[in-house]
Design a protein around this ligand. Structure first.
Ligand code: 5GP
Ligand code: ZN
Length: 118
């Protein structure tokens, strides 16, 4: 028996861990956040294991662009393009990143207010 992938989001991408997947293609998986912070809270991830935005390099140019376009397309599909939405990429410890696999949060479905001030 092979050892399970230590990365939670790789396991979701490989389908060895269940998740509420709403869309995917060869490069990207979109699934619902398990602890939603808004009526719509999706996570958009590359199938390729990239630890964080800070770990992406020039070879990742295409996938980084595709991730953002997927956010835009998902928002349109869910009917929140006109009302608007928030995208968040938490990076490493000061950014509050808990899962070390690059992901974009897509939040919407209600007014989210301004970002927290200091
Ligand atoms: P981060 O703080 O790393 O930017 O966000 C990680 C997000 O992943 C959190 O919002 C958390 O709720 C979500 N999350 C953590 N574990 C799981 C899981 O097993 N399944 C799903 N669907 N989301 C998860
Ligand atoms: Zn991973």
């Amino acid at each position: 028996m092979s050892t399970p992938n230590p990365c939670l989001f790789c396991r979701i991408s490989e389908k060895s861990l269940p998740a509420d997947v709403v869309w995917e293609d060869d490069d990207i998986v979109v699934f619902k956040d398990i602890h939603p912070k808004a009526p719509i809270h999706l996570l958009i991830i590359p199938k390729k294991h990239i630890k964080s935005l800070a770990d992406a390099d020039d070879n990742d140019e295409a996938i980084l662009g595709k991730l953002l376009l997927t956010v835009k397309n998902m928002a349109a599909k869910l009917g929140i393009e006109a009302s608007g939405y928030r995208t968040i990429i938490n990076t490493r410890s000061h950014g509050g990143q808990e899962i070390d696999h690059l992901h974009i949060h897509l939040l919407g479905g209600e007014p989210l207010g301004p970002m927290r001030s200091r």
